[in-house]
Design a protein around this ligand. Structure first.
Ligand code: SF4
Length: 180
């Protein structure tokens, strides 16, 4: 069987889903037999390459994330929403209950600081945050979801292994359909 190309990326997430991916431990060798990892947070590639499977952690919070997920959608045959933030915004979406200005003020202006009152930073390199955080499927078609915060390593490995062997995983049959 030809090796597949696997990419992983995180948008508006805490990296916990990727930490859980690392918890598949030595099973990464089984993945490596079936796939080349062409992009991940520690692969220093500027462009997101064409791939068979993209595991996408986190939700869409900014102009940059929106551009990124659209680019990923064009370049990945299978897009998997990886973890509850990608599936339904979860922790990242908690700020949706407040106007964006209040969120910035809480983080920068009203936060306790040794330097006195802060100010909202203004730099072109900073993300242009959207008023509301949205899950992946609100802006692109998603082919599969792995719920959980984070999903456990067994579930992640199960899903990856099934896709890498050209099978569609069945989370409910595998008793792995678990949010939170
Ligand atoms: S689903 Fe949980 S572990 Fe994953 S990015 Fe969101 S908060 Fe972090």
């Amino acid at each position: 069987m030809t090796k597949k190309k696997l990419a992983t990326v995180w948008l508006g997430g805490c990296s916990g889903c990727h930490m859980s991916l690392l918890d598949i431990d030595e099973r990464i060798l089984d993945v490596a037999k079936l796939a080349d990892i062409v992009k991940c947070p520690i692969v220093d590639g500027k462009e997101f390459p064409e791939c068979d499977i993209a595991l996408v952690e986190g939700s869409v919070t900014s102009d940059e994330h929106l551009r990124e997920i659209k680019h990923i959608r064009k370049n990945a045959k299978t897009v998997i929403a990886f973890g509850d933030c990608a599936v339904m915004t979860n922790v990242t979406g908690m700020r949706n209950y407040f106007p964006l200005k209040e969120v910035f003020d809480a983080a920068y202006v009203n936060a306790v600081s040794n330097d006195g009152a802060g100010q909202v930073p203004d730099h072109p390199a900073l993300l242009k945050l959207h008023d509301k955080v949205v899950p992946l499927q609100e802006v692109v078609n998603v082919d599969f979801v792995i719920p959980g915060c984070p999903p456990d390593a067994d579930t992640i490995f199960y899903v990856l292994f099934e896709f890498l062997n050209d099978r569609i995983p069945n989370l409910s049959e595998a008793k792995k359909l678990k949010y939170g």
